[in-house]
Design a protein around this ligand. Structure first.
Ligand SMILES: Nc1ncnc2c1ncn2[C@@H]1O[C@H](COP(=O)(O)OP(=O)(O)OP(=O)(O)O)[C@@H](O)[C@H]1O
Ligand SMILES: [Mg+2]
Length: 482
């Protein structure tokens, strides 16, 4: 997907013309630079490009809310939806670090504090490009789904089982949890593997372009349709079609999708003649589809058609043992790619790694490993150094603590926030997680000293020990309590 011109494409998004002009001037020698100052401008720019840019350098505070990071956060989501392989670097002001940290959870690779030497920015961009190229060449292998936990084993079984079935598959899961990876594994393991695998993110393009993109159009069907063109159902007619963010599919198109799923029939926009496609549809979503059904935003008949086979991509916070495997896997990959020695996590950093909830799932984990490889090649990383790479704020939302001494009202607030943020809430599980969180925190604080940790928690050492065993918390099994 490199540009024929040889220079990699770089998208710069900043509403301060002084910054974007300077960067454009300096970086223009090495990159084909595209400049935009808002999300809206980025959208129309991307529509005009044949291929999405490989790199993006973005500010968080953008119009219409230049003093808040929201637009930048949305832009990160949109850019990744548009091109999952894009590498995003965030340019952040001095007092913007917390937001920049959250940007990493959303999928940005790194943030660069302003002001920064253009040469340094250039070096970071070139390095990100190398990382991207290495990732793309690695993908041509078996797709590399890492994980040995029960949920991931189940996932593998489901993929094998569903790969050749004549029905659609619906993949549900949080952002960054591997839905696209699962979809491409379904394709690669099927008899369609040598046929095209096409992916359309329904959220990434404007709603009126979804239909012509999926079904094609005839010349003159709408303004701008100067020639007739085939769509995804035609180009991928014997292959697989990933319809990502299916919840975003406009209602009127849902009927047309249902028809093509039922009998393979569809029409190009502007034509009356029916065509037939045998494309295997894989749909993905990070929304709660049942909620969408209840709200009338998604047709029940289409949902039932799509969800004959449903695969759930588990969130990484539920896959503790895989957090270690993924760490090893990406650490080897990226240190090899950068030709440096791997970093290591010390005991407390490792405990923090296991405790962290990775709200951005595998994508976030991978980006953390890339940064640690750059900063600590061949060295040991301690818990403080690791913590600087994590988004601890999101963690509070994910697992609200109920610290001693809080009055009931704030407990209520925390619980409310938690309930609203969780799709499938389970009280027992949440209480268990709280307990486990406190146990691990006490062990972290006391550096694994059971007696001190028990004292901190206000429980007996034997009680602590048995709970640690229940949770499989790493501890000191050599010295069980007397
Ligand atoms: N089990 C896994 N083993 C190795 N890599 C993984 C695994 N799961 C996800 N990844 C990697 O993590 C990144 C994010 O995964 P992917 O793009 O499939 O997520 P997604 O669920 O489609 O996210 P989004 O909702 O944001 O589109 C990709 O680079 C993918 O290759
Ligand atoms: Mg995806």
């Amino acid at each position: 997907m490199e540009t024929p011109r040889g220079k990699p494409d770089l998208l710069i998004v900043d509403d301060d013309p002084l910054i974007s002009d300077t960067l454009n001037f300096v970086l223009g020698r090495d990159f084909s630079v595209y400049v935009a100052e808002s999300r809206a401008q980025v959208k129309s720019l991307l529509r005009q490009l044949d291929n999405p840019p490989q790199l993006a350098l973005i500010d968080l505070g953008l119009p219409p809310t230049p003093h808040r990071p929201d637009e930048g956060f949305k832009l990160i989501n949109e850019l990744i939806a548009y091109s999952p392989s894009i590498k995003i670097l965030v340019l952040s002001g001095q007092n913007d670090e917390t937001n920049a940290r959250h940007a990493r959870t959303l999928g940005a690779l790194e943030f660069i504090a302003k002001p920064c030497e253009p040469e340094k920015i250039k070096a970071l961009l070139l390095k990100s490009l190398q990382i991207r190229d290495a990732e793309i060449s690695a993908q041509s292998g078996d797709g590399g789904m890492v994980g040995k936990s029960l949920p991931v084993e189940k996932l593998r079984q489901q993929i094998t089982q569903y790969a050749n079935a004549p029905f659609p598959v619906l993949i549900e899961g949080e952002s960054g949890s591997g839905k696209e990876l699962i979809a491409s594994a379904l394709h690669r393991q099927s008899q369609r593997a040598s046929k095209p695998f096409l992916a359309l993110n329904c959220a990434a393009i404007s709603p009126n372009l979804v239909e012509p993109t999926l079904f094609g159009y005839s010349k003159g069907a709408f303004t701008g349709a100067t020639t007739s063109r085939s769509g995804y159902f035609e180009d991928g007619k014997d292959g697989s079609l990933l319809l990502d963010e299916i919840g975003e599919l406009p209602l009127e198109l849902q009927a047309k999708l249902l028809r093509v799923l039922e009998n393979g029939e569809y029409q190009r926009v502007g034509e009356t003649q029916s065509r037939v496609s045998n494309a295997r549809v894989i749909a993905a979503t990070n929304r709660d589809m049942r909620q969408e059904l209840r709200n009338g935003r998604f047709r029940a008949d289409l949902y039932h058609r799509l969800s004959v086979f449903t695969i759930n991509a588990p969130p990484l916070r539920d896959l503790n043992e895989d957090k270690c495997l993924l760490l090893d896997h990406f650490r080897d990959f990226y240190s090899h790619q950068a030709a440096v020695k791997a970093f290591d996590l010390d005991t407390r950093a490792m405990a923090l790694w296991l405790e962290y909830s990775f709200p951005g799932n595998v994508r976030e984990l991978r980006n953390i490993v890339i940064r640690l490889t750059t900063k600590y090649a061949g060295r040991q990383v301690n818990a403080e150094q690791l913590q600087a790479e994590l988004d601890m704020e999101s963690m509070e939302i994910d697992l609200p603590g109920l610290p001693i001494g809080q009055d009931f009202k704030s407990v209520l607030e925390a619980a409310k926030k938690h309930l609203q943020a969780q799709k499938n809430f389970n009280l027992d599980l949440t209480l268990q997680q709280w307990e486990k969180g406190y146990v691990e925190a006490a062990l972290l604080i006391t550096q694994g000293n059971l007696s001190q940790a028990a004292k901190l928690l206000g429980i007996h050492r034997t009680t602590l020990y048995s709970r640690m065993q229940n949770y499989g918390t790493p501890g000191d099994p050599e010295s069980p309590p007397q």
